[in-house]
Ligand binder design. Structure first.
Ligand code: C2E
Ligand code: CA
Ligand code: CA
Length: 555
């Protein structure tokens, strides 16, 4: 069974010395090496003991190991090994469950490569098996590694500088499926999906279930084109519908991927980028697969590095962050009525990074709400003096939809108001159209609670999204800010002019005051003065400046 009787002595020596070589590269994993000419292998002693294998040396070790693999994973495993021995594959990178001596299953990832002899004939197949055993890294429903496992593997890759592609696929409207067909069916469907994904990826990467409806793949072998076409296959399979207990369920999917090739970063930044591209796929591309900034090529690398630095700033006392304020002027008297706080970040030689280059990417980062609190607290503190000069001064603070989503958002706002002693009526929170992604009831409750406490609410970037009208109809905004994209050409463009006119009128019918952004010239101002507009904001009046400058103008 060991095969040592058929293995010539010099081949045994070669096997042993190569094996030692392999062992050096991976101290935290089990190592295996197979002499493909004789199909005799040597496996780590640790692995042999843990799984109760017959001995360190084994003839046809692949078959022996297969006995230990979970029945559901066996076919994929078998095919992977077949591909190696038949020469169809040069390497392998797969995930399966393996049964230990005590009968329990561990999830293992197994990576290996084929070494050829001088004639190009496969000679050795060797690699490492990593045991991810701990239960907490496993999703109990699908048996896949879960988000902890995903982040652990991602961190490892970053530390060791192993390039890979990260790929996320999510199922649309899972909640609805659960509600309509019941959790039991929903769970069955998720299991099926995980299974299908794992089979489809085969021996070309590890598969994960991240959270509710999102799955991920980390792969070294799949290129961009392979990922895109694999996704299309998976997508059309699930679009056709799968039948569970006689009910056909059709699934719509969304997907994104990115190339991990820059290692001056951290796992969370990488995930934020991947998740950003995922939202892009979901909300703007009807589920078409979206690569993170594939149009920017090298730029994407710099971006993740910068994001990493910005993210680090959040956990290091917010160094590099500061606020500028852009004054908002009354239409009639052209006096300062308030200002909008705008975030800036710059550190050492990095130069100033404009907020729309990092906020949309970090919005869903677990650290982001902390930054949001810092912004609010800072804006209120810095605006105190403005209140002394003008009791009606209103400070506008931008709020990301990911902040609003948090259950303790209103508490956070009121705590900071209490702590700073700032009058709530002088604070206006700007929420954007992206809030339409949130649950409408939740949003309504939050807005109503904030307003009940005296805080004002503005809808930012009005006109840029599809459901602006839906939002203004449902939520009692104090102010509607017409996006600057609509006004920049009104001096020449009659159509834009009519559009802005009707926007401002519509906003008025909902009882909100209207602020127009992007007033860059006196010409634009003159046109807007004829419409239902209450305040102006734009470069014509002032660029964003330090609070000191605003105090000078007020005083
Ligand atoms: P926004 O809320 O629409 O902010 C107005 C943006 O328009 C600012 O860019 C401002 O500098 C720019 N702007 C003002 N007047 C003019 C003008 O006359 N012409 C032109 N072309 N632009 C003008 P900024 O500061 O780069 O901010 C970009 C976006 O980043 C903001 O758009 C907002 O969505 C986000 N942001 C900025 N600060 C914060 C923050 O503290 N929290 C959150 N959540 N988002 C922020
Ligand atoms: Ca704003
Ligand atoms: Ca805006």
């Amino acid at each position: 069974m060991t095969g040592l009787d058929i293995l010539p002595e010099e081949r045994k020596q070669k096997l042993d010395s190569l094996f030692e070589g392999f062992s050096v590269i991976a101290e935290d994993t089990y190592v295996y090496l197979c002499d493909m000419k004789y199909d005799v292998s040597r496996w780590s002693k640790m692995l042999v003991d843990t799984y109760g294998l017959p001995s360190e040396y084994m003839k046809a070790a692949g078959d022996i190991w297969e006995e230990h693999i979970h029945p559901e994973d066996r076919e994929t495993y078998h095919k992977g090994i077949d591909d190696i021995f038949s020469g169809r594959a040069q390497g392998h990178d797969m995930q399966y469950r393996a049964q230990k001596e005590n009968g329990e299953y561990d999830v293992c990832t197994c990576r290996g490569i084929v070494l050829k002899d001088e004639n190009g004939v496969p000679e050795y197949f060797g690699g490492a098996i990593r045991n991810h055993g701990e239960q907490s890294h496993i999703d109990t429903l699908t048996g896949l590694r879960n988000q902890y496992g995903f982040f652990e593997d991602l961190k490892n890759r970053i530390n060791k500088k192993y390039p890979a592609r990260l790929w996320v696929i999510g199922i649309e409207r899972l909640t609805e499926i659960n509600e309509v067909y019941g959790y039991h069916t929903g769970n069955k469907m998720l299991q099926h999906f995980g299974r299908y994904l794992m089979d489809h990826v085969g021996n070309r990467g590890g598969t994960y279930r991240l959270d509710g409806s999102k799955f991920a793949v980390i792969t070294e072998t799949l290129g961009s084109d392979n990922i895109s076409s694999a996704y299309e296959d998976i997508r059309s399979h699930f679009r056709e519908g799968i039948v569970f207990e006689n009910v056909p369920i059709m699934l719509e999917l969304n997907s994104s991927f990115l190339a991990l090739e820059d290692f001056n970063t951290d796992d969370q930044t990488i995930y934020s980028c991947l998740d950003f591209a995922y939202d892009e796929s979901r909300f703007n591309r009807h589920g078409d697969i979206t690569e993170f900034h594939n149009d920017l090529n090298n730029d994407a690398k710099q971006r993740t590095e910068k994001l990493h630095l910005i993210r680090n700033s959040i956990s290091h006392g917010y160094s590099g962050f500061y606020l500028l304020y852009q004054p908002i002027f009354g239409v009639k008297d052209e006096k300062v009525k308030g200002a909008e706080a705008l975030l800036r970040w710059s550190l050492d030689d990095q130069g100033m990074v404009p907020p729309d280059e990092f906020i949309p990417l970090l919005e869903k980062d677990p650290l982001f709400p902390r930054l949001g609190e810092w912004i609010l607290r800072m804006a209120l503190k810095e605006s105190e003096k403005a209140l002394l000069l003008n009791r009606d001064f209103v400070i506008n603070v931008n709020i990301s939809y990911s902040q609003l989503e948090k259950a303790d958002f209103t508490d956070m706002v009121f705590n900071i108001i209490r702590e700073t002693g700032f009058p709530p009526e002088n604070l206006c929170l700007e929420i954007t159209e992206r809030c339409r992604l949130l649950d409408m009831d939740l949003l309504k409750n939050t807005v109503v609670a904030l307003k009940a406490g005296g805080v004002k609410i503005a809808l930012d970037d009005f006109g840029t999204g599809y459901s602006s009208m839906g939002l203004v109809k449902n939520l009692p905004f104090d102010t509607i800010k017409v996006d600057r994209g609509f006004v920049k050409d009104i001096e020449e463009d009659e159509k834009d002019k009519m559009l802005v006119k009707s926007f401002t009128e519509m906003a008025g019918t909902f009882g909100a005051r209207v602020c127009v952004e992007g007033v860059e010239t006196a010409g634009i101002r003159d046109i807007l003065k004829e419409y239902n507009v209450h305040s102006f904001q734009g470069y014509y009046y002032s660029r964003p400046v330090r609070m000191e400058k605003i105090l000078e103008d007020l005083g």
